[in-house]
Ligand binder design. Structure first.
Ligand code: BGC
Length: 404
């Protein structure tokens, strides 16, 4: 489906017409609904209390002939598009404080660009998000080698990670949320990892502007390591609108994991106090990014795992809040995960043009990847990422979109 089409209108129309689950199901087949402008206006007047709707459209075909679909779901205020390619968030449309809606997520409008160019834009990454030193680790005395793809290290699951797989998709609709459950079964030995890994990652949007991501992971045959995350890049002023250095960040972390020259953690949990890594009070991302701090030089900015504060009684912790002062959009992140990689888009270099046909330059977006710590398979003092047959790993991350 082209980018500038009446898709949102179709979605709004579906809500305004008060279509039930069966009719929305018809939308999932790709059949466009046609509505009258006054019905659309009536939906607009609800200011986000419209019906939850979802539809499915073809997006492309991989070179080996697999069909890729785009699912678009909305609560009438926030509209999210996701691809079965990499279980990828393609677009996130949210209103600013004046009600002007823009796409705030970096991405492409076509599959070949995702396959050839994407630095994990919006993707569900796995089997192991972030780095494993030299791509090597052992479990129970058995040694494994992942193909390296980031200097001498393995990044985001090796050369062909979960971001480059076509996931199975199933629509999820409840009375309070709508979205898609994506499933991918990674065979034993894929990218060198042991055990057949079944990952189900469910993305749902509710009426309160929460995008919730639930991870459910099991392994068969052999123990393995796993660390799935989502790699959405945001610019809260709008994708392609320039630097995020003016975004204000509050990050609930008293410690972070410093890295060596290859961005592998040294094993230390270092206090942020008194350093440019202290975002415990809201601070513009750019305020200290040029400070003479060795860790900022290694990362060319922020590209570090933060050790998040303690969870509440439900296991959730406030992780971070980003705020773009000019247009007022906010995104707040809660998670059950112990860490998050805060990446200030340092390796974007102007060579990629995204969905809005603008070049993405250094610092034009941030990613905040909730996760276990990088290189945990080789770091005995970090929380373990080993998953054994019979065990189930679950985690939840919630991005809440708002304005201030
Ligand atoms: C890594 C960065 C990398 C980016 C895109 C982040 O998770 O930490 O070093 O450039 O992903 O691949």
């Amino acid at each position: 489906m082209p980018d500038n089409l009446p898709r949102r209108q179709v979605l709004r129309t579906a809500g305004a017409l008060g279509l039930g689950a069966a009719a929305v199901g018809a939308l999932q087949t790709g059949a466009d609904a046609v509505g009258t402008p006054d019905k659309v206006a009536a939906m607009d007047a609800h200011h986000g209390h419209g019906r939850l709707v979802i539809r499915k459209d073809p997006f492309g075909t991989t070179p080996d002939g697999q069909a890729v679909d785009v699912y678009t779901f909305s609560n009438g205020r926030i509209t999210i598009s996701m691809l079965t390619w990499g279980a990828t968030i393609q677009r996130v449309e949210t209103p600013d404080r004046r009600g002007h809606t823009k796409n705030i997520s970096l991405g492409f409008d076509n599959l070949p660009d995702y396959a050839a160019l994407s630095p994990y834009f919006g993707a569900t990454v796995g089997r192991y998000g972030n780095r494993i030193a030299k791509g090597q680790f052992s479990i129970d005395g058995n040694h494994y080698q992942i193909p390296v793809n980031n200097g001498e290290n393995a990044l985001h699951g090796g050369t062909i990670g979960f971001d480059k797989k076509v996931w199975k998709a199933k629509v999820v609709e409840t009375s309070s949320a709508v979205g898609v459950a994506f499933t991918y079964v990674s065979p034993d030995g894929e990218m060198g990892f042991p055990g057949e890994l079944t990952s189900r990652v469910t993305y749902t949007l509710d009426r309160h502007d929460n995008l919730r991501i639930d991870y459910h992971v099991t392994v068969a045959g052999k123990p393995t390591v796993q660390n799935l995350t989502n790699h959405v890049y945001f610019n809260l002023a709008g994708e392609g609108s320039g630097t995020i250095e003016g975004h204000v960040l509050q990050l609930n972390a008293a410690k972070y994991t410093p890295v060596d020259a290859g961005l592998i953690p040294t094993g230390e949990l270092a206090p942020v106090a008194g350093t440019p890594f202290d975002f415990t009070r809201p601070t513009p991302i750019g305020a200290r990014i040029r400070d003479d701090h060795p860790q900022l030089v290694i990362g060319r900015g922020y590209d570090h795992n933060f050790v998040l504060g303690k969870p509440d009684s439900h296991g959730m912790r406030f992780a971070a809040r980003f705020w773009e002062p000019e247009h007022g959009r906010t995104v707040t992140v809660h998670t059950t995960q112990p860490g998050a990689q805060f990446y200030s888009g340092n390796f974007l270099d102007g060579t990629i043009q995204g969905i809005g046909h603008k070049s993405y330059r250094q610092g034009d977006a941030f990613a905040f990847e909730t996760q276990h710590f990088p290189d945990s398979p080789n770091q005995p003092n970090f929380p373990s990422t080993v998953l054994r047959p019979g065990e189930t790993f679950t985690s939840t991350t919630i991005y809440t979109f708002g304005t201030k």
